[in-house]
Design a protein around this ligand. Structure first.
Ligand SMILES: C[S@@+](CC[C@H](N)C(=O)[O-])C[C@H]1O[C@@H](n2cnc3c(N)ncnc32)[C@H](O)[C@@H]1O
Length: 452
């Protein structure tokens, strides 16, 4: 290769830090089932504010439009099986061409070509260039076999998931839910434990620092909501004065409602959003509770411990265990136990758009079995008259109503109650459910049982 050619190649191989970060994040999500909510903060920390915004937009935008983009790419490539790096470079390029007005077409195309070069797929450079150039010339006309396929492509949700939601909630509601899952969610936050230790004047002084308009939640005492992503809010979160936590998640913490002197266990607690919320409530209401929290893996427990420390929830006693096997506490030793169970997370797709591509239909039976094993172990720890709160961030009947009904059938010493649950969200069976498309919060399920 001549020196001029080498120079030219080096020049064309330039990729903006934002697009490179988006490519690396999307590759990890595609090949390792990693989560955007974990990877974005890690990558964005090293980027300038402009690059951070572009990386965020491209990563989440591609995930929210993935099936839509793939339909167009499939048409231009005769549905040929492509290497993952080539597919992701094409998705990134096409997303910018179709949805980002301010990005010139040449830069969207050239940078995707450079991405495949950087990924050592040099032979695909011409192919990526040709596909993206074709996309700038031709307007793609979609054709759908039926309504479900239209919704699946337009909202970028797998067909089987939409069929499942249609069977559960009706076709119209399923479409509304899928549309809502692609909207940028409101920002919900609460004042941290640290904050609760200040007096009312200091509290309003700190809240007055927030430039964005915000309001108090109608349903959750501790929760504030804003539509606007404001730099001051992020500064307050960095300094530990506020904590971002979805309104639905805070509703679970509120449902625990500890009374004076009660001993409480948060069974599946990491990263500790609800543990720290419940500890702050306990401090604020002076109910003097003994709070225990645990999780499965060392890293998750470490994360839980760090979070408790930063929320000044240092008195929470933290334990590591496999709750499916057994829990290291004496029987009948708690007044209240929360099981915020490991679940599919279909209620949180607004915040975790990739979940829809990770799940398979067969997962729900395994999740139900796991949830029941943990629920049964947790139930043994309750004193007579004690409360067992079961929650998930799943919308699926298998992980919610079905788990609760099996549990009640097999444990006749428990009765279901609606105590502490906000009435507006109660179903005809006295379970609480929230939905992104109706309630503008993540989809949570909450059930409360009392031990007779
Ligand atoms: C929905 S998350 C909990 C979120 C947490 N309650 C919060 O609000 O921050 C479920 C948790 O269950 C934990 N988990 C999964 N299997 C477990 C097991 N067998 N024993 C204990 N914890 C488990 C996961 O590590 C995960 O942290």
């Amino acid at each position: 290769m001549s020196t001029t050619q080498k120079k030219q190649n080096q020049k064309t191989a330039k990729i903006s830090p934002a697009r490179l970060a988006a490519f690396e994040i999307l590759s990890k999500i595609e090949t390792e089932k990693a989560f955007s909510s974990v990877l974005l903060p890690f990558y964005e920390e090293k980027l300038s504010p402009e690059d951070r915004a572009l990386c965020h937009e491209i990563t989440l935008g591609v995930l929210r439009k993935q099936l839509y983009l793939d339909r167009i790419i499939g048409n231009y490539t005769n549905n040929k099986k492509l290497d993952a790096a080539v597919t992701i470079a094409l998705r990134i390029g096409l997303y910018q061409l179709l949805f980002l007005d301010k990005i010139p077409a040449y830069s969207a195309i050239n940078e995707s070509v450079n991405i495949v070069q950087k990924a050592k797929k040099t032979s695909a450079k011409g192919f990526v260039n040709a596909v993206l150039r074709r996309a700038t010339r031709e307007k793609f006309e979609f054709e759908f076999a039926d309504e479900i396929e239209r919704i699946s492509v337009e909202t970028s949700h797998p067909r089987w998931l939409l069929e499942k939601w249609s069977a559960q909630f009706g076709a119209q509601e399923a479409e509304k839910l899928a549309i809502e899952n692609n909207r940028i969610p409101q920002l919900a936050f609460r004042l941290t434990g640290k904050f609760f230790r200040r007096n009312a004047d200091e509290q309003s002084e700190i809240l007055s620092e927030i430039d964005a308009a915000y309001e108090k939640s109608e349903h959750v005492e501790s929760c504030y909501i804003t539509e606007k992503y404001d730099a001051k809010l992020f500064a307050l979160a960095d300094s530990g004065d506020i904590y971002f936590q979805d309104e639905g998640s805070q509703m679970v913490g509120q449902a625990v409602n500890l009374q004076k002197g009660e001993r409480f266990l948060d069974v599946c607690a990491s990263p500790g959003s609800k543990t720290t919320q419940i500890d702050a409530q306990s401090f604020n209401k002076k109910t003097r509770n003994s709070i225990f929290a645990g999780d499965l893996h060392f890293q998750r427990v470490k994360f839980l411990r760090e979070n408790c420390r930063s929320h000044r929830a240092g008195s929470v006693k933290i334990v590591q265990y496999d709750a499916e096997k057994s829990l290291p506490f004496a029987e009948e030793s708690f007044d209240a136990v929360l099981l915020d169970a490991p679940c599919s997370g279909t209620g949180t797709i607004r915040h975790n758009p990739e979940i829809r591509y990770f799940l398979e239909e067969k997962d729900f039976a395994d999740l139900k079995a796991k949830q029941l094993r943990i629920l049964n172990n947790a139930s043994n720890l309750l004193k007579t008259g004690g409360r067992l709160i079961y929650s998930t961030c799943s919308l699926e009947v298998e992980e919610n109503e079905a788990v609760c009904k099996t549990f009640l059938n097999e444990n006749r010493n428990f009765i279901q109650t609606a105590a502490g649950l906000p009435e507006k969200f109660l179903t005809s069976e006295n379970f609480a459910r929230t939905f992104p498309q109706k309630d503008k919060m993540d989809g949570f399920f909450i059930a409360v049982f009392e031990k007779k």
